[in-house]
Design a protein around this ligand. Structure first.
Ligand code: KG4
Ligand code: ZN
Length: 353
């Protein structure tokens, strides 16, 4: 009887088991009520992909298969919750690498079926955005700047769980540009942190172009900037001069940051956003955080940034986003498919295909 009451209590709290395998992190979390992290275990494959200079999809899938069961066991162990306490199983449905996504999806479907609990297919970017909810109180409308290895997006949240993508990259994601520039400067993958550190070591910045695109556009483009960096490296080499790597890193970083900051704050103003949320792996960038913090303070806009562990890929953020669906009783059929190009608006409208 006591056990029954406990289960009912867990049911009303919404104890979600969340699984994330969209890229090169295998992560499993137990999240209560979309806010409280009972556990959030992460197994990173970065070392495996490092020598290839980027993520190799086939290897990523195999590595997820190797560790997923262990991660699920560890997440339960650390959380203190048991299988029968789970109210629903959440999993990243997309976007991401299809083979990698499938590993998490098969695990999630099996658990949902065996435990007879609902399945919640979740959008990876909704996860990055709602990582903020694990540590802050969100106020709507708010604006999210999502910057990662696969994404550069400005998303307007008019209300809880409503997403409108108002700007996106037309070519490379910002993290991708960082990684490519770092590779050209002979740094290992992921190169973002190396460029960030190097940029902080130089007073001088090599002047590089800014891609503003059309005057009123919130879209981004980073491939021209990346080509400009490569041109500087080639020209310096051809002239037999020594390259000032730090000044180049600073020039690149300044160009990226200026565009991200200007467009984000313009979007905040235009849409009357009460907060600016920064999320995704590139949110770790010191220069970006400092520049955004300074501009937000000057314009009296609160800036929310999750701690680093919740910025990079993790399952707790998936549990936080999935809770939006749990609250509304919007569940995903067991025959759902991985969606490598999942649309955020489509997910929010509960369209599974
Ligand atoms: O969100 P994330 O862990 O994975 C994706 O979903 O892509 O982001 C990883 C990306 C990589 O491109 C990495 O180079 C970049 O975030 N990154 C950084 C910094 N730390 C990580 N980029 C710039 N500065 C940093 N400090
Ligand atoms: Zn991500």
């Amino acid at each position: 009887m006591e056990n029954g009451n406990e289960q009912l209590d867990n049911q009303s709290k919404g104890v979600l088991l969340a699984i994330e395998t969209s890229c090169d992190e295998t992560s499993v979390a137990v999240v209560i009520g979309g806010k409280q992290i009972a556990s959030n275990v992460i197994s990173s494959q970065i070392e495996v992909h490092e020598r290839f200079g980027g993520v190799v999809p086939e290897i990523a899938s195999r590595k997820h298969v190797e560790v997923i069961t262990l991660m699920i066991e560890q997440a339960f162990e650390e959380s203190g919750y048991k299988l029968e306490d789970i109210s629903a199983v959440a999993v990243t449905q997309g976007p991401g690498l299809v083979g990698a996504l499938l590993v998490g999806i098969v695990a999630a479907k099996s658990l949902a079926l065996a435990l007879d609990v609902p399945l919640i297919g979740t959008h990876h970017i909704a996860g990055h955005i709602y990582a903020n909810q694990l540590v802050h109180e969100l106020e709507y409308p708010c604006m999210a700047l999502v910057v990662s290895g696969g994404h550069t997006e400005l998303v307007l949240l008019e209300d809880e769980g409503s997403f409108r993508m108002i700007g996106r990259t037309r070519d490379d994601a910002v993290g991708e540009a960082y990684d490519k520039v770092a590779r050209a400067l002979k740094f290992p993958y992921p190169g973002g942190p190396h460029i960030d550190r190097l940029a902080g070591e130089s007073e001088r910045a090599i002047e590089l172009p800014r891609a503003w695109l059309d005057a009123d556009s919130y879209d981004f483009s980073f491939s021209g900037l990346k080509s400009a960096v490569l041109a500087v490296i080639n020209q310096t080499g051809m002239k037999g001069e020594e390259l000032d790597k730090a000044a180049l890193a600073r020039g690149f970083q300044e160009s990226v940051i200026e565009v991200l900051v200007e467009k984000s704050l313009r979007a905040v103003k235009q849409y009357g956003a009460k907060q600016l949320l920064l999320c995704g792996g590139v949110a770790a960038n010191r220069g970006l955080r400092e520049a955004l913090a300074a501009r937000c303070e000057a314009e009296s806009t609160p800036l929310l940034v999750p701690p680093h562990r919740l910025c990079t890929d993790n399952a707790a953020m998936i549990g936080a986003a999935a809770y939006l669906k749990w609250q509304r009783g919007e569940f995903t059929p067991l025959d759902m498919k991985a969606e490598p190009n999942f649309s955020l608006e489509g997910w929010a409208g509960n369209k599974n295909n």
